[in-house]
Design a protein around this ligand. Structure first.
Ligand code: ADP
Ligand code: MG
Length: 348
């Protein structure tokens, strides 16, 4: 059955055993399989060099594929030129032409296609209206705020009527305050346009804020994919747990578990543990005030549990709680958790 809803199960993009080998040993992208739902916001996330940009460029047609396929709405586009694919790209810091007006920037790709001035200005004008920028159509990028430039860049990418918008670290050149504003705006436009977005970022915070589906990559492969909630709460590997952050990875009872830092508690060494709770003896190595909570760093002590001795751990203590029972740097403390809070890794 064909569905037209924005969040149908139809895949906008499907990658089949997609591989890129630049010819220097291990592939940069190693036989990845991925389906990205129509109308969804997908973030490719992972550390620098893990193959995110290469994957995006192969989808865009800016990089040749070593083996495997790229499908867009079930059409094999692996060997099509970039302009014939139905994808459009938005780059880091928007890459607008500084000497051109917003209108001419938006109309640029139609000009390249030989569309006459009146027709392309009309099309560009409509898109600028769509992103609430009509009144600034004659301004050059340097005369626009960061947010306004982002809207022009979006309109410019949309003028080719793409089915999928590809974004490679579009926010990473912005200062933190603007970055948070701009990501909210990207998210809003994606929902409004009901377009599929594939957004590359190395920031787990950015990916969690934006994505319907997060795809965590490592060394050219996909470690895990799922909703931000799933990935944050049920990481399937130590790599994902550590990369997402806000968690401790602890060798415990012959296996490895992970517990969220905000689901652990600090106790005095003399405190008695309630049944169903576990604890490590630790030494406090850092205390950082973060507003709503205090981030306490600790080092597991020798003898507490042999596999964990020396491990670096963190606990988030609410400000109120920390103030009522302060701990000091260098002090020994018990770091406790309830058995329910422990997550065991389960590779798919
Ligand atoms: P990311 O975007 O996740 O930081 P990239 O996709 O840019 O990662 O790079 C993945 C790997 O491929 C890295 O090891 C990088 O050095 C290598 N690489 C990227 N582009 C090229 C290229 N044009 N030629 C050779 N190696 C490349
Ligand atoms: Mg990159």
């Amino acid at each position: 059955m064909k569905s037209t809803s924005a969040h149908s199960n139809a895949s906008a993009v499907e990658l089949v055993s997609l591989t890129k080998n630049y010819g220097d040993g291990k592939p940069a992208v190693d036989a990845i399989n991925l389906r990205i739902a129509q109308g969804s916001y997908c973030c490719l996330l992972g550390p620098s060099g893990c193959g995110k940009s290469t994957t995006l460029r192969m989808i865009a047609g800016h990089e040749t594929v070593t083996s495997g396929d790229v499908l867009l709405e079930n059409r094999n586009i692996t060997n099509l030129p970039a302009a014939a694919r139905g994808t459009a790209m938005m780059f880091q810091s928007f890459a607008l032409f500084p000497h051109m007006s917003a209108l001419d920037n938006v109309a640029f790709s139609l000009k390249m296609k030989g569309v006459d001035t009146a027709t392309r200005h009309q099309a560009a004008g409509q898109l600028l209206e769509r992103v609430s920028m009509s009144h600034l159509a004659q301004r050059k990028p340097g005369e626009l705020s960061g947010g306004q430039q982002q809207r022009v860049a979006l309109a410019r990418a949309l003028i080719t009527e793409p089915k999928v918008l590809l974004l490679d670290e579009p926010l990473s050149a912005l200062d933190p305050f603007l970055r948070i504003q701009m990501r909210a705006e990207l998210r809003r436009w994606q929902k409004e346009l009901k377009l599929t977005f594939i957004h590359v970022t190395h920031s787990q915070e950015e990916a969690m804020a934006l994505a319907d589906t997060m795809v965590v990559m490592n060394h050219g492969t996909i470690e895990q994919q799922g909703s931000p909630h799933d990935i944050y709460n049920r990481p399937n590997s130590e790599f994902v747990a550590r990369f997402m952050g806000g968690r401790n990875v602890i060798a415990w009872g012959g296996s490895v578990i992970t517990v969220r830092s905000d689901h652990m508690q600090l106790h005095d060494l003399s405190d008695r543990l309630e049944p169903g709770r576990h604890a490590l003896t630790t030494c406090i190595t850092d205390i950082e005030y973060q507003g709503t909570h205090v981030l306490v760093s600790l080092q597991a002590q020798d003898g507490a549990h042999p596999q964990t001795a020396g491990a670096e751990l963190t606990v988030m203590v609410s400000e109120d709680r920390f103030m009522s029972q302060p701990f000091e740097l260098g002090q020994q403390a018990k770091l406790a958790w309830s058995a329910d809070a422990a997550h065991h890794f389960t590779a798919d």
